[in-house]
Design a protein around this ligand. Structure first.
Ligand SMILES: Nc1ncnc2c1ncn2[C@@H]1O[C@H](COP(=O)(O)OP(=O)(O)OP(=O)(O)O)[C@@H](O)[C@H]1O
Length: 587
């Protein structure tokens, strides 16, 4: 179908600034063709059913023409036979059409489900800063609005397209059989429709692409306002956000209005062309009957044949309209599924190496900045030996969380090399509890784990009390509508999850920050159990936690300023020893 956004010449996608890319028309068509593999025969069958249905629908006007001839000739008319023929043709045509639609819908829904899965999989693997730069709303709009648009189009396209094409061809043949001059009218009319269609296809695609872009922008502004509603209220930013959402909504409305205008003009052109053509058929029919070239019944059939075209031509138009929207949507979906995860931050000179459990993990001369901000890590080198437990301490904003996120693959370094096993797991302070049972929440990363192993992990992390407090044990529903959890309990669940996931490298970013509460030693104990026997990095706020690790890094303003064991750093008399003195005196 039309090439909606092919402005990039030979490349496969168009990257508009920081937005996620949109695939070119050629690439979109190639992906769709590939996705049709294995389902093409079913779709051909759906088209054949639609074709037969179109042929059956021509029986009624042809029969009515014969009735007219019988009446004008005063001949006996087998009316019951005619009626039966018309009923059978209409019922049969309808049944075949439904069958075609069902066959096509089944195939297309599967194709679409596959595309949606690929979209979500790519989105989940994208570095976080890439998604943040392009706007979360844009991504959500692609996964919801665009998928819905394509779904709607796919279900209608094959049946309508094939039935219209067959109806057109069969009508041309039928009218020519009545008299070749009737056929000529149709053949002459086709270029008029084609030109109208060309006009529409030139104007509509960029308009629909812009409309979808406006949807994405509006979703982005809405989401960021809703997500940050506390901050928006606290800083009285509602007016600013309302204005921004208002502007985005007006942009959507503006594009919708333009789209309506173009569709109305398109309809008008089609209607005028049709009215002119019907008049020509009537005049020609009158003339041919006068000449004795055709019977009154044949002329009637010709007019009925022609009138029957209005429906299919309208359907074709509506399909093309939906198809234009869907092509723009599909190009946006393929734009995301085509994103090369490892190449998604073009211009960065960094590398990520997938180490194994036996290799050292870490950062080698890594520099990193968030979005357009200044560098927050400057030439940082961190090495974690296999099996070693490394603590990272430092003042707020020193870059500890950033180091953890780079190691975990959440962000991509701007320069330098990050080495980490593929199964690196990061636990941050914000543990997400899914709307599922406690069991499902615990075995998230290790599906199929037996209750016996879960109970062992619960015992090892000292979480028996937590389990005992759950009304239905492991079957207790959690999440927004389930049993409420304290922050410490959520942290505890995260640590059991980690133990069950059994990663080669575990990173705890303030995972026991809740330990200021009554659960202090419990969470410390759970963290020790979760890290036992594996390589670990702990971002520690309490130095007692750091002291129990094999080695400690001290960070300050994006750099590592001290590196050594607890004893070595105390003896060195630097920043760590001052922090230690301050904390131990405070206790
Ligand atoms: N998402 C972000 N976007 C922009 N800047 C950020 C982002 N996250 C952190 N920063 C900035 O990067 C710098 C390092 O932050 P980071 O969170 O890594 O420090 P930290 O040592 O973990 O601090 P804390 O102990 O307070 O968590 C800070 O200046 C912070 O403001």
């Amino acid at each position: 179908m039309a090439d909606t956004t092919d402005t990039a010449g030979a490349t496969d996608s168009v990257d508009i600034g920081d937005r996620l890319p949109t695939a070119t028309g050629r690439r979109t068509a190639a992906v769709l063709w590939e996705a049709l593999r294995g389902r093409r025969i079913i779709l051909v069958l759906a088209a054949v059913f639609a074709g037969i249905a179109a042929a059956l629908e021509l029986i009624a006007p042809a029969t009515l023409g014969r009735v007219v001839d019988d009446i004008t000739n005063d001949a006996p008319s087998p009316l019951w036979n005619y009626a039966l023929l018309i009923i059978v043709s209409i019922v049969g045509g309808g049944a075949l059409q439904i069958l075609g639609v069902l066959l096509a819908a089944r195939s297309f829904e599967r194709i679409l489900a596959g595309l949606r899965e690929r979209l979500v999989a790519t989105a989940l693997r994208l570095p976080q800063q890439r998604v943040e730069r392009s706007g979360t709303g844009d991504l959500i709009s692609r996964a919801s609005d665009d998928v819905a648009q394509v779904s709607q189009a796919l279900q209608q396209v094959v049946p309508v397209l094939s039935s219209t094409i067959f109806t057109l061809l069969l009508t041309i043949a039928g009218m020519s059989a009545l008299d070749w001059r009737f056929g000529i009218i149709l053949v002459v009319m086709l270029p008029v429709y084609w030109m109208t269609l060309r006009w529409y296809m030139r104007i509509a695609p960029p308009m629909y692409a812009a409309q979808r872009l406006a949807f994405g922008t509006r979703a982005h502004h809405l989401l960021s306002a809703l997500r940050g509603v506390d901050t928006v209220t606290a800083f009285r930013l509602s007016d600013t956000h309302n204005r921004r959402i208002g502007r985005a909504s007006w942009a959507v409305a503006g594009w919708a209005l333009r789209a309506r205008t173009v569709v109305t003009m398109f309809n008008w052109r089609i209607d005028v062309a049709f009215a002119v053509a019907v008049s020509v058929v009537l005049v020609l029919g009158f003339h041919l009957v006068g000449e004795g070239a055709v019977t009154v019944g044949a002329a009637t059939t010709a007019v009925l044949f022609f009138l029957r075209l209005q429906g299919p031509i309208r359907s074709l138009m509506s399909v093309i309209d939906t198809l234009q929207l869907a092509t723009a949507s599909l190009a946006r979906i393929v734009g995301v599924t085509d994103v090369d995860i490892h190449d998604s931050d073009v211009g960065r000179e960094s590398a990520r190496v997938a180490g194994t459990a036996g290799d050292s993990a870490g950062l080698d001369h890594v520099t990193f900045a968030y979005a357009e901000g200044p560098d927050v890590l400057h030439d940082v080198t961190v090495t974690i030996a296999p099996g070693e437990h490394l603590a990272v301490v430092g003042t707020s904003g020193a870059g500890k969380t950033t180091v953890a996120a780079l190691l975990a693959g959440i962000h991509t370094a701007d320069a330098g090399t990050v080495t980490a096993p593929d199964d690196t797991t990061l636990i941050s302070q914000e543990t997400h509890i899914f709307a599922a049972t406690l069991r499902e929440n615990l075995i998230l990363a290790a599906p199929g784990t037996s209750d016996e192993l879960i109970n062992q992990a619960v015992a090892a992390t000292g979480a028996q009390d937590l389990l005992d407090q759950m009304p239905q044990g492991l079957d207790t529903d959690l999440g927004p509508r389930g049993a409420p959890l304290t922050a410490a309990q959520s942290q505890h669940i995260a640590l059991i999850r980690l133990l069950l996931a059994d990663p080669a490298l575990a990173i705890l970013d303030e995972a026991t920050a809740e330990a200021g509460s009554a659960h202090a030693h419990l969470l410390d104990h759970a963290a020790d159990a979760a890290l036992a026997g594996r390589t670990g990095m702990v971002i520690a706020h309490r130095l007692s936690q750091a002291a129990s690790c094999d080695r400690i890094l001290v960070m300050e303003r994006g750099q590592v300023i001290e590196d050594g064991t607890h004893e070595e750093l105390l003896a060195a008399g630097g920043q760590y020893s001052r922090l230690w003195a301050a904390q131990t005196q405070g206790n």
